[in-house]
Design a binder for this molecule. Structure first.
Ligand code: ATP
Ligand code: MG
Length: 254
């Protein structure tokens, strides 16, 4: 039986003026799987996540969630349909605490379409949800610490927590280990391992050891196009992939 496809793009193109950042890309992500998206700098990985989440306009093509066309839906309505994402650059309020950041992430969802008097009563739910998420991403001991005082790895965990506040079924993770020091990589990967259970993940990551550990399949992008899709072994043995990475170290230790 064919697996359900949690999120897909069909024939999408994204242009920045004359520059074609995505060129007629087709990709589907089966439910429950973790697909890693790799490729050299500027390949279009972040742009693809932006296209899926509704952050950039499409020049052509469509985005589907569970088979339903969401191309015309703005970001917050895609979130409502079960989409969550994290960013390549840390995107949190540094002076606020872990709990404050998490609560803030949930407010637009908790309060949308609700009359004002409902807002106050939603607070305990928000607080509980924020604590539950903090626990999931291993931040129990720093709930009230300003995020600026946390290590890079733990700031990444806060960011992951923001995406989890809406209970997404699909997670788009853009280099969740960017800037994380060697000593913290294992803990951060453990957190990703934990939160991806029961979810579908599209993961952009340069660290091939991490990709090997997490990904069911790997998709290789170059110059706005998908070069190939396959298992770790297939990707590592592919001549075109090796050429695309010539001069880069990530794929070389096959
Ligand atoms: N808002 C924008 N305006 C103009 N050009 C853009 C914009 N966003 C991305 N680009 C260009 O599109 C191309 C793809 O960028 P993108 O950020 O998707 O690459 P990437 O694969 O995520 O690279 P990296 O590994 O460096 O994060 C790059 O050449 C980039 O300069
Ligand atoms: Mg990027």
């Amino acid at each position: 039986m064919k697996p359900n496809i949690a999120i897909a793009c069909q024939d999408i193109s994204v242009c920045f003026d004359e520059y074609v950042a995505l060129n007629h890309v087709f990709l589907d992500v089966p439910e429950g799987q973790t697909i890693a998206l790799i490729g050299p700098n500027g390949a279009g990985k972040t742009t693809l996540l932006n296209a899926l989440s509704g952050r950039v306009p499409l020049a052509s093509g469509s985005v589907l969630m569970q088979g339903a066309d969401v191309t015309k839906l703005p970001i917050h309505l895609r979130v409502k349909q079960g989409l969550g994402r994290s960013f390549q650059i840390i995107n949190i309020f540094q002076e606020m605490t872990t709990l404050e950041n998490l609560r803030l992430a949930a407010q637009p969802m908790a309060f949308s379409n609700q009359p004002f008097w409902r807002q106050v009563s939603a607070w305990p739910e928000l607080e509980n949800k924020a604590r539950e998420v903090a626990n999931m991403v291993g931040l129990d001991d720093v709930l009230n610490a300003p995020v600026s005082s946390l290590s890079h790895g733990r700031q990444r965990a806060v960011e992951l927590g923001l995406a989890l506040m809406s209970d997404p079924k699909v997670l788009l993770l853009d280099e969740p280990l960017a800037g994380v020091g060697q000593a913290e990589i294992k803990t951060t990967v453990d957190v990703i391992e934990r939160v991806r259970k029961g979810r579908t993940v599209l993961l952009v990551e340069h660290n091939m050891d991490v990709v090997m550990r997490l990904a069911d399949e790997i998709v290789v992008m170059i110059s706005g196009e998908i070069l190939m899709r396959g298992t770790a072994a297939e990707v590592q043995n592919d001549q075109r992939v090796r050429q695309a990475y010539l001069g880069e170290t990530e794929v070389v230790h096959a």
